[in-house]
Design a protein around this ligand. Structure first.
Ligand SMILES: NC(=O)C1=CN([C@@H]2O[C@H](COP(=O)(O)OP(=O)(O)OC[C@H]3O[C@@H](n4cnc5c(N)ncnc54)[C@H](OP(=O)(O)O)[C@@H]3O)[C@@H](O)[C@H]2O)C=CC1
Ligand SMILES: O=C(O)C1=N[C@H](C(=O)O)C[C@H](O)C1
Length: 242
């Protein structure tokens, strides 16, 4: 069986992944958390999954590259510098990074891109997300990937059009922007809503995560798919054949 190593193994996602590993046809090679030996885990595993923290990303990537072990990165709150580090690692090993490993959100991103492509810029796009009280980054990785999908559908990049929050005298909305709103509270696993607001009508495309098993299952599917792949940066839609 494929041996999976988990960065962030004692966290919510790490535990969810370990719980379903056997039924997904993999064994857990081991796991590390803060202060653990990332390099030894990379050597022991056939493939790695990282659900830890952005601060750990560069060390985890370096360990994966040194061992030649593919890695699925689910950690969110990544900056452009993190993405540059992922691109460099992907020249040496197989890497798949996504803000959401669920089938539902991966399909939602396809639908959002298509809706944005078909609707003109006079349809305002706003993305709302809600997560549990423990989440430390905003907007969520999923909201960001949905924003990237919407921007791509419009032939632009999210960096050109994003508006991260509003407060005070903001002025009227600028056409073509994509706005984000983040709510935090309770035990919400992860809700996302993409609103296309036109004159006199709205289209809403959304997803509600009810259980972390959806992310864990997707992460392990991605890990199995990635194991043995040549160097490169891969995408969740390829894993799921969407
Ligand atoms: N892509 C996706 O589908 C999903 C992504 N996520 C993302 O995954 C990440 C983790 O989420 P969640 O499990 O809820 O968070 P938790 O805070 O529950 O878990 C994070 C874990 O990472 C560990 N950690 C901290 N530093 C390091 C390090 N240097 N090396 C290895 N592990 C370390 C923590 O250990 P310690 O407590 O010792 O600091 C902790 O066990 C977040 O960024 C979240 O947004 C979550 C769900 C789905
Ligand atoms: O931190 C979480 O819990 C989640 N994080 C991911 C994100 O930032 O989008 C995925 C999911 O929504 C749960």
């Amino acid at each position: 069986m494929t041996k999976v190593g988990i960065y962030g193994s004692a966290g919510r996602m790490g535990r969810a992944i370990a719980t379903i590993a056997n039924e997904e046809g993999v064994t857990v090679a081991g796991g590390v958390d803060a202060g653990g030996d990332a390099a030894a885990l990379a050597r022991a595993a056939d493939v790695l999954v990282d659900f830890s923290t952005p601060a750990a990303l560069e060390a985890n990537l370096a360990a994966a590259v040194a061992a030649g072990t593919p890695i699925v990165i689910g950690t969110t709150g990544l900056t452009p510098a993190h993405h540059a580090a992922i691109d460099r690692a992907a020249e040496r090993i197989a890497v798949l990074q996504t803000g959401n490993t669920s089938l539902g959100v991966t399909l939602l991103a396809v639908l959002v891109q298509e809706a944005a492509r078909r609707l003109g810029p006079e349809w305002d796009i706003e993305i709302a997300e809600m997560h549990h009280r423990h989440k430390v980054d905003a907007p969520s990785g999923t909201a960001t990937l949905l924003g990237e999908a919407a921007a791509a559908g419009r032939g632009t990049t999210l960096g050109e059009v994003r508006v991260d929050s509003r407060a005070g005298l903001t002025g009227a909305r600028s056409e073509g922007t994509i706005g984000f709103a983040s709510l935090r509270g309770g035990s919400v696993v992860g809700d996302h809503l993409v609103v296309f607001a036109g004159e006199g009508e709205r289209i809403e495309l959304g997803h509600r995560g009810e259980d972390r098993t959806i992310f864990a299952r997707g992460a392990l599917k991605a890990a199995l798919w990635l194991a043995g792949k040549p160097a490169g940066r891969y995408h969740m839609a390829e894993v799921l054949g969407l």
